[in-house]
Design a protein around this ligand. Structure first.
Ligand SMILES: *[C@@H]1O[C@H](CO)[C@@H](O)[C@H](O)[C@H]1NC(C)=O
Ligand SMILES: *[C@@H]1O[C@H](CO)[C@@H](O)[C@H](O)[C@H]1NC(C)=O
Length: 255
């Protein structure tokens, strides 16, 4: 399902509903300071606000990979609000899993979405390595998705919540549609300002646009979290890396 931009623009924030029946996943949200944003002085416990503060949704535009009218997912990683560092190799040794592809296969809907929107450029042979890497390095750092934050978690619920949340954000912040609604379509080149302005006017916040040489590579969107599972976009913390003087090539994916 693709949401139209009109629907999307009217969202003041995104409420992610649980991927599981509410009775299984009741959150302890009532213990969170109401509406306190991560990175604010009132941010609550690790189940209310991610300990490292911000989340970065990294979407990629790789030639040959994924649907021709959609960015693919690269990662959803934690970023600290200030100068502090996020650990380099995961945050919870007890939740390092070598078999994330097989865990995700237990939910065919989620697995099919992963194959469609989170493929590896090395192909299906690399799914397990790619998704396990993302989970082990970043997924288990997002403290709001820790099984401890759910009253009756099922096995690997943290893994399902992490990938399903990232895919929902990818679907709502559908960069292909945002850009094409601003007249930015594959097969041409545009200035960095055009990319940034299109996304800023649609989301209200400044993205980080990255390039490989003079070609578009990834676009990063930044989020605060509140009440445990509401994701609110916010401004980037670092500048785009593409040239501001030369146009950026936005290639068709399959051509
Ligand atoms: C499987 O994943 C989908 C997509 O995230 C979700 O909507 C659904 O509730 C999940 N099914 C089960 C049984 O957990
Ligand atoms: C990004 O870099 C450009 C050009 O170097 C500069 O004009 C702009 O102010 C920078 N923006 C931020 C948010 O640092």
């Amino acid at each position: 399902m693709k949401l139209s931009l009109a629907t999307f623009s009217s969202f003041a924030f995104l409420f992610i509903s649980s991927a599981f029946p509410a009775s299984l996943t009741a959150r302890a949200v009532e213990t969170c300071p109401a509406n306190a944003l991560s990175c604010s002085s009132t941010a609550g416990s690790p189940c209310c606000s991610p300990t490292y503060g911000l989340l970065v949704l990294a979407q990629a535009w790789y030639q040959g990979l994924g649907p021709e009218d959609s960015f693919t997912m690269h990662d959803l990683w934690p970023e600290s609000c200030g100068a502090g560092q996020v650990p380099e190799s995961g945050c919870d040794n007890s939740r390092q899993y070598p078999n994330v592809e097989y865990i995700l296969q237990r939910n065919q809907t989620l697995f099919n979405d992963m194959v469609m929107y989170w493929p590896s450029f090395r192909g299906p042979i690399n799914y397990n390595e790619f998704w396990s890497h993302v989970w082990n390095k970043h997924g288990n750092c997002i403290t709001t998705l820790n099984p401890k934050c759910f009253s009756n978690p099922k096995e690997y619920q943290d893994v399902y919540e992490f990938f399903a949340t990232a895919l929902q954000l990818h679907q709502i912040y559908d960069l292909y549609t945002i850009l094409s609604n601003a007249g930015i379509v594959p097969g041409d080149s545009y200035s960095l300002d055009q990319f940034e302005s299109a996304i800023q006017s649609a989301t209200g916040f400044m993205p980080k646009v990255t390039c490989k040489g003079s070609t578009l590579n990834e676009i990063w969107l930044y989020f605060n979290v509140r009440n445990g599972n509401e994701y609110l976009p916010t401004d980037r913390t670092g500048n785009s890396t593409c040239s501001r003087t030369r146009n950026i090539n936005y290639p068709v994916k399959h051509g």
